[in-house]
Design a protein around this ligand. Structure first.
Ligand code: SF4
Length: 320
């Protein structure tokens, strides 16, 4: 089988990572590459295993998104959705299994098959009440979703109205560069296509670039003009759906942003055509400890030695 090539592609998460820490960006997009192959160098393999870790918040988000996607895929097939209590029981079961497998470090041998939790990998002293809170948060997000007007509306649509539900590896092309854009859900209603994005994190962050990227995707994938699309972000932690406008000015500004971000990324390449990065040291480490404390690569980054001991200290109330 041909060796997988590391093709340059832009995404909002790639952009965020570069802005947070160039070294983390290097690990995620270059340092771990081919780490899945038998006989990979030890550090490359380690970077690959670490690249798959999920913090508690991301883990909750993934399980909630997967659950909603299953329900919407059922609606798309014309099947009924399970009662909410049964849905919550299934998700609780999945999270329990994830937790047990992660604590046993199964992800170390099979990082794609098993969830690996950041807190387990780094032996962080997380009180049981915090783990319980993660499970409760998943319940809360799902209860909010299934009781929402948005879900009632989606449920009332004919199956033909569903355009996309969490399709994998969807993308569009911007000035010759592949741009990843993975939509949570898109449906056709009356004369507009509505693109939904579920959020499970703290409300307050502005996601207009991400949502406008979805509109750019929609205009290529479905040949739709902006005025035939609506973008709805729904924070499942009790927030209300929020609609973003798609004006030509907003589209131009997001295109300019992507163009600038691609130029920044390419400036870190030795050979642009082959996506060959400059040496690891050319990717600066951040000095923002808060970013490091959430970074998967602490173990193999020169900054890890300074940050990890403080992270592993027991919480103050456990020491008295
Ligand atoms: S530990 Fe800190 S400096 Fe190192 S890669 Fe992660 S975020 Fe960057």
């Amino acid at each position: 089988m041909a060796r997988l090539e590391n093709e340059f592609a832009w995404s909002i998460s790639r952009d965020k990572r570069l802005r947070a820490c160039a070294r983390q960006y290097w690990f995620q997009h270059y340092g771990m590459w081919h780490g899945w192959e038998d006989g990979a160098p030890q550090r490359t393999r380690e970077a690959y295993v670490l690249s798959k870790l999920k913090g508690r918040a991301a883990w909750v988000g993934i399980r909630v998104h997967e659950c909603i996607a299953r329900s919407l895929q059922n609606l798309r097939r014309g099947q009924e959705v399970l009662p909410v209590d049964e849905i919550l029981k299934i998700v609780r079961g999945e999270m329990r299994t994830d937790f047990a497998n992660s604590r046993r470090r199964h992800y170390r041998a099979a990082p794609k098959k098993y969830v690996g939790l950041f807190e387990h990998e780094y032996d962080l002293p997380v009180p049981d009440v915090e783990w319980k809170r993660s499970a409760e948060l998943a319940d809360e997000c799902l209860r909010n979703f299934y009781a929402s007007e948005t879900f009632a509306r989606l449920r009332s649509l004919p199956k033909e109205a569903f355009v996309e539900v969490e399709e994998k590896r969807t993308h569009f092309t911007f000035e010759g560069v592949k741009v990843w854009a993975s939509l949570d859900c898109a449906v056709r209603e009356a004369d507009a296509t509505i693109i939904y994005d579920w959020k499970t994190g703290d409300a307050g962050e502005n996601h207009s670039v991400q949502l406008t990227c979805y509109a750019l995707y929609g205009s290529q994938a479905w040949s739709l003009p902006p005025d035939k699309m609506r973008l709805v972000e729904y924070n499942l932690r009790g927030g209300q759906p929020r609609e973003y406008g798609i004006t030509p000015k907003e589209i131009e500004s997001v295109q300019a942003y992507i163009r600038g971000s691609i130029a920044d990324m390419r400036a870190l390449l030795e050979e642009s055509a082959r996506n060959t990065p400059r040496p690891e040291d050319a990717f600066a480490t951040t000095d923002d400890d808060r970013t490091c404390r959430r970074c998967n690569y602490l173990k193999i980054c020169p900054r890890g030695g300074q940050i990890l001991p403080a992270m592993r200290a027991p919480p103050a109330h456990d020491t008295v």
